[in-house]
Design a protein around this ligand. Structure first.
Ligand code: NAD
Length: 727
């Protein structure tokens, strides 16, 4: 089967159409690249052809590179990757030069790209090599180079071309942040040339108009917009860009550094040399285990989970009407995201004012969106119309899903469960958003425990991408399918775990927070603790995160855990508890009280670490090595993830990795806790556990599973990852 077909018209225009069989969106395969090259070569050599238009047979242009191409190149090592990338460069360069005389730039045939819709990654790099880009007037189309988000960067000339087209500053948001834009914005940014009702017709007309086709960078005297590195203005730009990248990434993301190097070094040399430099840095990034792990977790596995990889067999469970119980912080957010997905929402609280306040959250969300040009009054009205704020349980009569987000209290939740079950249809699924109470205990209040489940959101609901679905002892398959279908409707990423204290995400994050606080209690410089975490690529250090989630919550959780565990409560938590209780007693509750580990100004802006902390817990003269601090913070999290797997709380390491990155920002460059341990190697990880356990206590003891893997030379993805596609 062919992926690219060519039709030569009587008007002298050859139309090359990309239409990958069996896929809703084009991706570039090795075969496709060969076919494209053959078609272009044929058209350039044919005297009857005056120009070429490259378009797509689908309603989008292309979604990017087929990841198997990268995997195939990797099989042959760094050389294989470099050679493969250079082949693509040569093919795209052939399009760009289009048969022109190398010295005089004379001759050649115009080649236009006509995009019916979305063009991402190589889907945009190919048009960038053409002489003019026409895009359909389709506001839903997205144009961008999102590679950086999965740990690589545009390596098929996109980096070199976009920088030469827009300048370093202009290109930076697309390359460094992976920002994508609609066609009109892409035109005003200078990424594409024209937005047209019929892009193929417009492209044909242009091709036949005898246009100038030589690219600015192939002409004598080309100057990069904003200046190359040795130009005074360019110099400033590079200093700024370098600072910005390191400020944002703390040097923890190999791809961002490599991208910047490719841009900087490429800007100082002729175009063809710049392409080689881009290919070298791209090879460097592809050979770094970080890129494979990021692609696996943030692209392949995230998508697989969203598409229902762990959905049990059950008929379609699409939610039509959801009842949200409790219109507080979480309930308000849940109502908003549900209504945005087109679901009817009944938002219930004890008093009408409280219910209205919950709906007002959605109203102010849209007001802000409209002000920023991200929404319109019509869209806002359509969504808000779907939310009914009330105290009347009768409104739940035809609800097919309930999400309970009332106070974290067993008694209150039990009463709500009973009252709701008295009115809802027999087959309605009941979900609780509890963050700490065991699902199986809460299910005792239900007449239908097989229809009772946990759907655990993270705050703020509208921003956080992860939803943790928790099965109680008696939860049935239909409830799990319902929860998964609902999460798909609201376009978030699900993980499904079994019931256990703190489920999965909180179970791993609490030891991270505790370890940070414990180090401060031991006399480690607080700045060293938080900065060590940032240097690992964690979005927020543990002390800052405690402030964000609040110190009274930490105190509440410590008290409840102590009560639940009794004698089994870990003795080494005492210094952590003492410090938290001391802060709490001083009214330092974190950001919400404008005082915690950090100081805040009266507007709530974080100013710096609180000076009084040193009186509460003096820092020692002798400070640990940054790697030791980092290992304590990392192992505290990943060992909990391994224990969750050992105990069967987690059933799929893909969920462990995706959930960690989306749930609490676990060092995304690593691909997640299991990927990080695989990068480290089980043998070294087990050895490091032993050292940490000896020095700091049994919380670092090596789990049996990890020890077994170390003795067998196994990796997590080797042992458990049959379903996890390797990148
Ligand atoms: P909140 O105090 O902001 O809101 C609770 C709401 O429930 C209040 O508006 C209250 O009036 C209402 N309510 C209490 N009893 C009720 C009843 N009998 N009927 C109807 N409404 C009633 O609390 P929140 O932070 O939104 O948390 C709600 C739930 O979500 C808790 O179980 C909590 O553990 C869980 N949760 C919270 C977070 C978080 O970050 N805050 C994250 C995940 C889960």
């Amino acid at each position: 089967m062919t992926e690219f077909t060519m039709e030569k018209g009587a008007d002298g225009v050859a139309i090359i159409t990309w239409d990958l069989p069996g896929r809703s969106m084009n991706v570039l395969t090795l075969k496709g690249a060969e076919e494209l090259e053959a078609a272009v070569t044929d058209a350039l050599a044919d005297d009857a052809v005056k120009g070429i238009v490259i378009t797509s047979g689908k309603d989008s242009f292309a979604g990017g590179m087929d990841l198997n191409v990268l995997a195939g190149m990797k099989d042959n090592g760094a050389e294989g990757v470099f050679d493969g990338v250079m082949q693509l460069h040569n093919m795209l360069r052939k399009i760009e030069r289009a048969g022109m005389e190398p010295k005089t730039n004379k001759g050649g045939k115009p080649i236009a790209a006509a995009l019916p819709g979305t063009a991402m990654g190589i889907g945009l790099e190919l048009p960038l090599a053409c002489h003019r880009i026409f895009v359909a007037d389709n506001p839903k189309a997205k144009l961008g180079l999102p590679e950086i988000m999965v740990g690589i960067f545009p390596g098929s000339g996109g980096t070199t071309r976009l920088v030469r087209k827009l300048g370093v500053m202009g290109a930076s948001q697309y390359l460094l942040q992976g920002k994508s834009v609609d066609p009109k914005k892409a035109k005003s940014a200078g990424i594409i040339d024209e937005v047209a009702a019929d892009p193929v017709a417009a492209a044909k007309e242009w091709v036949l108009s005898g246009p100038k086709i030589v690219k600015p960078w192939d002409e004598k005297g080309y100057k990069m917009p904003g200046g190359a590195p040795y130009h005074p203005a360019g110099f400033q730009t590079f200093v700024g860009a370098n600072a910005m990248v390191n400020g944002q990434t703390w040097g923890a993301f190999p791809a961002a550094k490599a991208l910047l190097s490719a841009v900087y070094e490429g800007a100082m040399v002729p175009f063809d040399t710049a392409l080689k430099i881009e290919a070298r840095w791209f090879t460097n990034v592809i050979m770094n285990p970080s890129s494979g792990a990021m692609i696996r977790s943030l692209f392949l596995n995230k998508e697989a989970l969203e598409k229902g990889a762990n959905r049990p067999e059950a008929p379609d469970q699409t939610v039509k009407k959801v009842g949200v119980m409790g219109a507080g912080m979480m309930g308000a957010g849940i109502a908003l995201v549900s209504a945005q997905a087109g679901i009817e929402v009944v938002l219930i609280d004890q008093k009408q004012e409280a219910a209205d306040k919950g709906k007002a959250y959605a109203e102010s969300y849209f007001e802000k969106g409209i002000k920023r040009g991200k929404s319109t009054p019509e869209k806002a009205e359509a969504v808000l119309k779907k939310i009914t704020a009330t105290t009347d349980y009768d409104q739940l009569k035809d609800a097919d899903l309930i999400i309970e987000a009332v106070f974290e209290d067993v008694g209150v939740k039990a009463e709500v469960t009973k009252n709701v079950e008295a009115v809802v249809p027999e087959d309605c699924i009941f979900a609780t958003n509890t963050s700490t109470l065991p699902i199986s205990d809460l299910a005792k209040a239900s007449k239908r425990p097989e229809q009772f489940i946990g759907i655990h959101f993270f705050s703020p609901v509208e921003k956080m991408a992860l939803v943790e679905i928790i099965k109680g002892n008696e939860t049935g398959d239909r409830a799990v399918a319902k929860a998964l279908d609902y999460v798909r409707q609201i376009r978030k990423s699900p993980i499904v775990v079994n019931d256990a204290r703190f489920f999965y995400a909180n179970r791993c994050i609490i030891p991270y927070l505790n370890e940070g606080a414990r180090m401060v209690a031991e006399g480690v410089e607080p700045a060293l603790v938080d900065n060590a975490a940032r240097l690992l690529g964690m979005p927020v250090g543990p002390l800052q995160l405690i402030d964000e989630t609040s110190i009274d919550l930490a105190v509440k959780i410590a008290k409840a855990t102590k009560e639940a565990l009794g004698d089994k409560y870990p003795a080494d938590n005492k210094p952590v508890d003492d410090l938290m209780f001391a802060l709490y007693d001083q009214g330092r509750l974190g950001r919400k009280s404008n005082a915690g580990f950090y100081s805040y100004d009266e507007k709530g802006k974080r100013e710096g670490l609180w000076e009084g902390l040193d009186d509460l817990t003096p820092t020692q003269d002798d400070q640990p090595d940054v790697t030791e601090v980092q290992h304590r913070l990392m192992f505290a999290q990943v060992l909990e993830a391994v224990r969750a797997l050992e105990e069967g709380v987690l059933e799929d390491i893909r969920e462990g990795d995706v959930g960690a990155i989306l749930g609490w920002g676990f060092a995304p460059w690593s691909g997640g806790p299991f990927s990080w341990l695989d990068i480290l190697g089980a043998e070294y990880a087990a050895e490091r556990c032993d050292q940490l356990a000896q020095k700091f206590g049994p919380r670092f003891s090596c789990p049996d599973l990890l020890r077994d893997m170390a003795s067998k030379g196994q990796t997590f993805y080797g042992r458990f990852g049959q379903n996890a596609q390797a990148a």
